[in-house]
Design a protein. Structure first.
Length: 443
């Protein structure tokens, strides 16, 4: 079995490592060249750290990995420091690592397992056979400056994994469009030289006061990177009436202008420009599987509507897909076949989509409700006024938002979260919504 992966971000490199380590030939096509930047908060919750541990990826402090103890939440004039929970299924620490170094480390780790990663290969479309099955991808070759050379190259494979992010040319070329009935967010961030760079907490601002004290739309974060800088950014969801109407770079400037001067979040200390990116949430591109191809991570909208976290879900999706394909390769070898049977491959890809829905579907349904709530400032203020004075309640909220529960678990928070998820249907990832029937003339 030959596997082709489009994109060497967290989803693609994770899948590539697990496949290569199991002896499955895998090629990854990456548009850019490492090291390269990605717009991100750079924060890794224990859910993401678990995936790093499963990969066996070293993450020592001297190599640029900054450990943190938990979340510091700021809202309504209150500050709460909530340590990551002590669970059997997750580590008790988070990490901060810039995507400049994180993605390069993941790709190098996949290479060390035997994956072939080809940089400067920009996939513009997938290749299909006469029946419409995906059988490969076409890439434009880019020079060292990222410009097209005019040369293209076709790659054939038994399976294609689309891990090329929110804009996913692989999925779009196959006719898989974004869903307007699912949440979408945007995030903007920059770096400041700051004495807070060694902060032991990932700081989340649930309300954004401007320099004049008036509230700004969205939520924000301050994450100490440990290299002399802090990642400072904000996000806003399309459930907010201000979504798409504001200059978010200016909102970020107004928010940081109201912060204490000694923190250093001023223009003269800014390192690099303010950059923005979309956050595709709640399975906002479906179906996750078509014959011969599966979507991973952001390509399938696998960002949590609760907190904008995407890295852990991207890495998990890569691991899930790899596990099912490793099983398919084992069945192929056991049967003595030179190539895998298409029906068996598609069945196992379908099982991958089922697993993604089973693992996160109900959690994302709750997250979609939460996203709708925080789009209404009055409702959000009321919720914060109730929750922030009650630390045990906020500890439960943090576990819910970060999707940190033992399964099965015997603690009261585990049981409460399981009950909440059992009360809602799992968000579908199998097909787009059916279009409404066209109105008849005269109706």
């Amino acid at each position: 079995m030959d596997v082709l992966i489009v994109g060497a971000g967290p989803a693609g490199s994770t899948a590539a490592h697990h496949l290569a380590r199991s002896g499955v030939p895998v090629t990854v096509l990456e548009k850019t060249r490492f090291p390269r930047e990605k717009v991100c908060g750079d924060g890794l919750t224990p859910r993401a750290v678990r995936e790093i541990q499963l990969l066996g990826l070293p993450h020592a402090a001297e190599d640029g990995w900054r450990r943190n103890r938990g979340l510091r939440l700021i809202a309504g004039g209150r500050t709460l420091e909530l340590p990551w929970p002590d669970l059997d299924g997750f580590p008790d620490y988070g990490l901060v690592r810039t995507r400049l170094g994180f993605d390069e480390a993941l790709a190098a780790h996949a290479r060390s397992a035997g994956a072939q990663i080809l940089e400067g290969h920009s996939v513009t479309e997938v290749l299909t056979d006469d029946a419409g099955r995906v059988v490969g991808a076409r890439a434009h070759l880019l020079d060292e400056a990222g410009k097209k050379t005019g040369e293209t190259r076709d790659f054939r494979a038994d399976v294609v994994l689309a891990a090329d992010g929110n804009s996913t040319r692989a999925a779009v070329s196959r006719g898989l469009a974004k869903r307007d009935d699912r949440p979408l967010g945007v995030a903007y961030r920059t770096y400041f030289e700051s004495p807070r760079h060694e902060d032991d907490w990932m700081e989340g601002w649930l309300e954004l006061p401007g320099a004049d004290g008036k509230p700004l739309p969205g939520y924000g974060w301050v994450f100490g990177v440990g290299d002399g800088t802090c990642n400072v950014g904000l996000g806003i969801l399309n459930s907010s009436k201000e979504f798409g109407r504001l200059d978010y770079r200016q909102v970020l400037r107004e928010w940081t202008a109201g912060m204490p001067g000694e923190w250093g979040f001023a223009e003269e200390n800014q390192v690099g420009p303010i950059r923005g990116a979309a956050l595709p949430m709640g399975f906002n591109r479906t179906p996750h599987v078509v014959p011969g191809m599966a979507l991973l991570g952001d390509a399938g909208g696998m960002v949590s509507p609760f907190n904008g976290e995407g890295i852990s879900y991207a890495m998990e999706s890569g691991r899930f897909a790899a596990q099912h394909l490793v099983d398919a390769a084992a069945a192929q070898r056991a049967a003595g076949r030179a190539r895998p049977e298409e029906a068996d491959v598609d069945r196992r890809l379908g099982a991958y989509a089922d697993r993604v829905r089973r693992e996160w579907g109900s959690h994302f349904t709750l997250g979609r409700a939460f996203a709708a709530l925080i789009g209404h400032p009055a409702a959000m203020r009321a919720a914060l006024a109730t929750g922030m004075p009650v630390p045990p309640l906020m500890r439960l909220v943090v576990r819910l938002l970060a999707n940190l529960t033992d399964r099965p678990g015997t603690s009261l928070p585990d049981a409460a979260i399981r009950v909440l998820e059992a009360l809602v249907p799992a968000t579908s990832n199998t097909a787009p919504p059916r279009p409404a029937p066209a109105a008849r003339p005269g109706s």
